[in-house]
Design a protein around this ligand. Sequence first.
Ligand code: PAF
Length: 281
Amino acid sequence: MTTVRTVADLRAALAPERAAGRRIGLVPTMGALHDGHAALIRAAAAECDVVVVSVFVNPRQFEDAGDLAAYPRDEVRDAELARNAGADLMFIPNLDEVYPTGFATSVRVTGVSETLEGAARGPVHFDGVATVVTKLFTMTGPDAAYFGRKDAQQVVVVRRLVTDLNLPVEIRAIDTVREPDGLALSSRNVRLTANDRSRALVLRRALQAVRTAYESNARDPEEAREAGMIPLREQGIEPEYLALVDPDTLQPVASMAERPVLVAVAAKVGDVRLIDNELLS
Ligand code: PAF
């Protein structure tokens, strides 16, 4: 596995692969790689001839400077995990390479970016994601790009952007990887205290309570949502949102007849903001 840090070197490395007709897969990441990223890289390696893993902690998608500063970084560990999972090339640009002096362009996806995470974190988040993902696609020129289903809204936003801008890249969504006790893997989990690590399991329990209610006794989506609020309240956790939405439009579901339904939750557990979701089909 080779590491490149400039767009020129990335393109030089990929040009012969592209000329030979090889399929290029991109796994965009912000580093602090874990088994969830390994699953994306393995999926890319199974479907592509060349796998590029980008590592760039994108300041434009953090609305909170403290969150950006606390984001874990470990390049040596990341390289080892990426190599073991099947990456061929790591692209680790610095800030100037991605946002040169005078950078003045922003990509905004309206509609699907405005609910859930967009409403909770403000427009900065998905503007930053859409801008950097567009740049990573134009820098790399991948045939396919791999994203985790844990960030379900991000997948919807990226699919919208690819359709709207006619970008020739297939978006592949890969299932969330969980700890044996059900906690969704996240780069932020390392910041949980031991006590908060066990409290964090309530996110999954809330999603499961919504599922049980939706599939059995609830009369309307709001009643199913309320069932999910019970375990959260028991842990003293007030979520930023717990919502039942259409998985494509991300608008709230209005009736129990709707399927599939995406149940999405975001909450701060201690100092750490976590998200999770479950698809009811
Ligand atoms: O999901 C992430 O890690 C980031 O949002 C992404 C897609 C790498 C863009 O910075």
